[in-house]
Design a protein around this ligand. Structure first.
Ligand code: GLU
Length: 485
């Protein structure tokens, strides 16, 4: 293979960039980086009805956040631009004219009403739906007459009859379609805009795309594209259709069933590197038991041959687990940048607080190794800053009993007497209290934890106590004792 590798991610700006799209972008990116190729971003915005304001910006922001930087495309430029299809309309018109001239395309003057009536009749007769080709063989004179009358028209591709259209899919192997089931598809619409098929093929050719890596839902378009390449006399790129992504319950991924946007994951407290790693495994695996693979390792290991045609399930639990691994390793600075503004907004921390404040740094350090999401650090850290006023109900029933009240009073007395509030010495002290009172250390630890944090889970108790300091711990235990009374 001596052809230069050029791949593209070609989203339509019809909404957010969801995980399926991000997975396609990511596979293109990995393939380009692995092979020393070029990763191109192209915006396919020729369907004016589906256009959504700001969708392009959302796509750019999402890709950048995930570290999927493109080599050519909007904002980056490149020598094959423009990379936004609505800026290339003249190009598509010129190539449509070429197909008209060669007889591979024809003008169709059928009105939307007629097309609808044809469809209705086909449905009634239980025939396959499709254009009935009535304008296929209009005479030159008829065409001219219609044009003179200013009748609107579309340009349709003349699908050759009785052909077997075959292409080799890098993931699925050889695929064949009979051309007889293919409709004479529209290339240029009445408004002069190209359809997806036309613009996609022309651009993939002009942008010298070597490999088309796209979602499985486009596979039925490929035989049409192959015929269009052939009509132009162009060599088609290689195709690889990426496997379907299923929602956790096995159905097709949809907005309601887990097809969150990339930005939803950002807001949900996921780290971009974790999402990157996770998406790479939707349909691909390195062929060994590695799962946590940072970007550079993924690039190094990536190969199209390891992409499976089997559907893959989006398992959010796994994503959370993976995010936890990345959180634990993530630098305190990066996490601090995310959580400090939230703490300030909640009024827990002074607006002038510094991100290098040793106490805040300790909170991040103690929490990041057990958090699954960044949002855990924002939501589950209140007790570092404010005294609990409510206590976890279930834990109260177990740990705020008359017996634990007596123990808490003992603990309070013992703690009042100590000066060394390091976690080591606190741990030793609790051991001594347990021996003296003849209870298990759990019977001391659980009520203490609930008293000082209001919840039954979190970092090690003695580390927490050290961080809170003597005054706070004593005050909170007193409050809890009152609460039990
Ligand atoms: N514009 C199409 C999309 O929104 C691109 C499909 C393709 O990659 O050919 O997914």
């Amino acid at each position: 293979m001596d052809k230069k590798i050029r791949v593209r991610f070609a989203p339509s700006p019809t909404g957010y960039l969801h995980v399926g799209g991000a997975r396609s972008a990511l596979f293109n990116y990995l393939f380009a980086k692995k092979t020393g190729g070029t990763f191109i971003l192209r915006i396919e915005d020729t369907d004016q009805n589906r256009f959504v304001e700001n969708a392009c910006k959302e796509i750019y922001d999402s890709l950048k956040w995930m570290g999927l930087d493109w080599d050519e495309g909007p904002e980056m430029g490149g020598s094959f631009g423009p990379y936004v299809q609505s800026e290339r309309l003249d190009i598509y018109k010129k190539y449509a004219q070429e197909l008209l001239d060669k007889g591979h395309a024809y003008r169709c003057f059928c009105t939307p009403e007629r097309i609808a009536a044809v469809r209705e009749a086909q449905e009634k007769a239980k025939q396959p739906a499709g254009y009935d080709k009535s304008c296929r063989n209009l005479s030159k004179e008829q065409i001219q007459e219609n044009l003179d009358k200013g009748m609107p028209y579309v340009i349709r591709f003349r699908i050759p009859a009785g052909r077997v259209v075959a292409f080799n899919d890098r993931i699925r192997g050889n695929i064949e379609y009979s051309s007889d089931i293919l409709d004479d598809l529209v290339l240029i619409k009445t408004d002069g805009f190209p359809t997806y098929h036309m613009a996609n093929v022309v651009d993939d050719h002009l942008m010298e795309i070597s490999h088309v890596l796209r979602g499985d839902e486009w596979i039925a378009s490929t035989p049409r594209h192959v015929l269009i390449y052939e009509a132009f006399g162009w060599e088609p790129p290689e195709f690889a259709h990426l496997p379907v992504i299923l929602s956790p319950d096995g159905g097709k991924l949809s907005k309601r069933k887990g097809a969150a946007s990339v930005m939803d994951y950002k807001r949900g407290g996921f780290l971009p590197d974790a999402l990157f790693n996770f998406l790479a495994f939707l349909g691909w695996s390195p062929g060994d038991d590695r799962e946590k693979m940072p970007k550079a390792e993924l690039i190094d290991a990536f190969s199209l041959d390891q992409v499976s045609p089997k559907a893959s399930v989006l398992d959010e639990k796994k994503l959370e687990w993976m995010n936890g691994l990345y959180m634990a390793e993530c630098s305190t600075d990066v996490i601090m940048n995310e959580v400090l503004p939230v703490w300030i907004e909640k009024g827990w921390v002074n607006a002038t607080a510094s991100s290098s404040d040793p106490r805040l740094v300790s909170i991040v350090d103690i929490m990041k190794i057990r958090a699954k999401r960044l949002t855990d650090l924002a939501d589950n850290t209140f007790y570092f800053f404010v005294d609990p006023v409510e206590y976890e109900e279930k834990a109260v029933r177990k740990n705020f009993t008359p017996a634990s009240k007596v123990l808490l009073e003992t603990i309070h007395r013992e703690l009042t007497a100590v000066n060394d509030f390091s976690h080591e010495s606190l741990e030793a002290l609790y051991r001594t209290i347990a021996e003296k009172t003849g209870v298990s250390s759990g019977q001391l630890i659980h009520p203490t934890r609930l008293s000082i944090s209001g919840v039954s889970f979190g970092p090690g108790l003695f580390e927490l106590m050290e961080l809170f300091g003597k005054e706070t711990v004593l005050r909170r235990i007193e409050n809890a004792i009152k609460k039990i009374a």
